[in-house]
Write a protein that binds this ligand. Structure first.
Ligand code: GDP
Ligand code: K
Ligand code: MG
Length: 289
């Protein structure tokens, strides 16, 4: 049997989280058109009993950190660079090659890398071929696969390509497990995703979500979470007129959480102000960063 760690790297918005979800056939990682949505390294397991177990990691997009939260995000990328058996270098093919190429070269990978050309649903044959010719000549590229993570195209081909490079070994996790993060974490992420969806540029980047209570009762799951912001004015925006916005976040998040847990959910959200939490070591720790 084959077993190993396959870590997904790429620029913000390359489609890393979308790809993880496509590989798992389940929405585990939150996705948004905004950069830096993913703040943690999120592991998802794909197991074919007796044949293989692949432990995929979604990682935050690689950037120059400007505040402490971003430093932590880049530390999680660094740890993923160190324990990979195979690296997936994910390319948004709607963008030029230069920045991606610089980034992939700068990673100084010590493990085999598969260049994965993503979003091929969005560009023509000519550009696909040009990208293919360019990347396949780069020293870090051991193999190249073209996919659309969004449309689920060529995902099995990608898995087959990975298996060529994956070491022999016993599974690291039980066959039925999909992740090693607690359900509570994903619940918080689903609330965070709605904030990315509903609010403009600033708000989502000043926000954290902390799940305080997760209680399974007979007929439903009771969840209480705090939405943390940095300023009073941001609290006002999150609440909205007469609590309109917080209600909308709650409704949308609850629907997703119910789908995820396959159970009825009672979700209660509060907004709290914690000045400068993004640069506060204690708060970052408290919110799971
Ligand atoms: P990440 O920042 O690398 O994790 O990227 P996300 O997975 O959050 O995706 C960023 C945006 O790209 C989202 O709006 C996705 O829907 C979109 N996206 C991801 N993969 C594809 C793809 O294969 N085709 C198209 N057209 N859009 C994609
Ligand atoms: K994103
Ligand atoms: Mg992401």
């Amino acid at each position: 049997m084959k077993a190993g760690f396959v870590n997904i790297f790429g620029k913000p918005n390359a489609g890393k989280s979308t790809l993880l979800n496509a590989l798992l056939g389940e929405k585990l990682a939150i996705v948004s058109p905004k950069v830096q949505t993913t703040r943690h390294r999120i592991k998802g397991f794909v197991t074919e009993p007796g044949k293989y177990q692949i432990i995929f990691s979604d990682t935050p997009g690689i950037i120059e950190p400007r505040y402490k939260l971003q430093e932590k995000m880049m530390q999680s990328v660094k740890s993923a660079l160190e324990d990979a058996d195979v690296a997936l270098l994910l390319v948004d093919t709607t963008e030029g090659v230069e920045e991606n190429n610089n980034l992939f070269t700068s990673l100084k990978l010590k493990v085999p890398a598969i260049v994965v050309l993503n979003k091929v649903d969005k560009i023509g044959e000519k550009r696909i071929t040009a990208a293919e010719n360019f990347y396949s000549q780069q020293p870090y590229c051991k193999k190249l696969v073209k996919i659309s993570a969004l449309k689920n195209d060529n995902i099995q081909e990608l898995i087959n390509a990975i298996l060529e490079f994956l070491p022999e070994g016993e599974p690291f996790y039980p066959e039925d497990d999909m992740t090693d993060l607690p359900t509570k974490f994903f619940v918080g992420e689903m609330v965070r995703e709605k904030i990315f969806e509903l609010f403009g540029d600033e708000i989502p980047y000043h926000t954290a979500v902390m799940v305080n209570e997760f209680k399974e009762k007979e007929t439903l799951v009771k969840i209480q979470a705090d939405i943390i912001v940095q300023r009073e004015s941001q609290k006002g925006i999150l609440l909205g007129e007469g609590g309109k916005m917080i209600k909308q976040i709650g409704t949308l998040a609850r629907q997703d959480i119910e789908k995820f847990l396959q159970q009825k959910v009672f979700l209660q959200l509060f907004v709290k102000v914690r000045p400068k939490w993004r640069d506060n070591e204690m708060h970052l720790k408290e919110y799971g960063y």
